[in-house]
Design a protein around this ligand. Structure first.
Ligand code: GSH
Length: 201
C-alpha cells in the first residue's frame, strides 16, 4: 500500500499512529506529495479527486481517502478493535470532534498562507478558533472519562488534534483552563506510536 502524505498534516498523523498501533507500518510505503488548495499535485488529484491527503493506494482495491475511512479500513484489516462495537457512537463522535478541531486549525493556517495579506479576515480566523475552543471545552467537560478508557480511534484523533495545536497554534495555549485534557494528553503523547510520528517541520 502507498500512503500519500505531506508535511505535518494531523490527518496523515492519524493514519500513521493507527499504522503503528495496528502493527501495519511496514506494509505501507510513504509517498510525499504537495497538498495545496491552489496548486494541487496531479498525483494526489489522480488518487483523490478532492485533492486532500491522506490517501491510501491499494493493490487489491480502489484508493481510500479521508482519514476516517482509511483508519477504519486499517483497523478492520488488522482486527485491532479501535472501533469497539460496545461504544461505537461515542468513538465516532469523539473522532468527529477531534477532526473538527483539526479542520478549523488547518483552515486558520490556510487563511494566512494562501490568501493575499489584504484579504485575510481576522474575524473569520477568530470564528475558526471559536470552533476549536468550543470543541476543546467539550473534550474537557464531557469526554475525559471516555479518554481514560481503552484506546480507540477517538483517542488517536484527539491526540493528533492536540499535537497539531501545539505545533501550529502554541500561542493560543489550549491547556489554559483545561487541566484534565492537558493531563490526559501528557499520558497519550508518551505512547511509542505518538513519539514515532512527530512532525518534522
Ligand atoms: N477530512 C479529511 C481532511 C484532510 C485534509 O484537510 N487534509 C489537508 C492537509 S492537513 C489537505 O490535504 N489540504 C489540501 C486542500 O485542502 O486542498 C481527512 O480526514 O482526511
Amino acid at each position: 500500500m502507498k500512503l500519500l502524505r505531506a508535511g505535518p498534516s494531523p490527518f496523515v498523523r492519524k493514519v500513521l499512529i493507527t499504522l503503528e498501533e495496528t502493527n501495519l507500518t511496514d506494509q505501507v510505503e510513504l509517498v510525499d506529495v504537495t497538498a495545496s488548495p491552489l496548486t494541487p499535485d496531479p498525483t494526489l488529484t489522480a488518487a483523490n479527486p478532492v485533492g486532500k491527503i491522506p490517501a491510501l493506494m491499494r493493490s487489491d482495491g480502489p484508493t481510500l481517502y479521508d482519514s476516517r475511512v482509511i483508519c477504519r479500513y486499517l483497523d478492520h484489516r488488522a482486527e485491532a478493535g479501535l472501533y469497539p462495537e460496545a461504544r461505537i457512537w461515542d468513538t465516532l463522535v469523539l473522532e468527529a470532534t477531534a477532526d473538527g478541531i483539526m479542520e478549523a486549525a488547518v483552515l486558520i493556517i490556510y487563511e494566512e498562507r494562501f490568501r493575499p495579506a489584504e484579504k485575510v479576515s481576522l474575524d473569520w480566523i477568530e470564528g475558526q478558533w471559536a470552533k476549536v475552543a468550543r470543541a476543546l471545552d467539550a473534550l474537557e467537560t464531557r469526554w475525559v472519562s471516555h479518554l481514560h478508557g481503552p484506546l480507540d480511534m477517538g483517542h488517536i484523533a484527539v491526540g493528533c488534534a492536540l499535537g497539531y495545536l501545539d505545533f501550529r497554534h502554541e500561542v493560543r495555549s489550549w491547556r489554559t483552563g483545561r487541566p484534565e485534557l492537558a493531563r490526559w494528553f501528557d499520558g497519550f503523547s508518551a505512547r511509542d506510536s505518538y513519539q514515532a510520528t512527530q512532525p518534522e517541520g
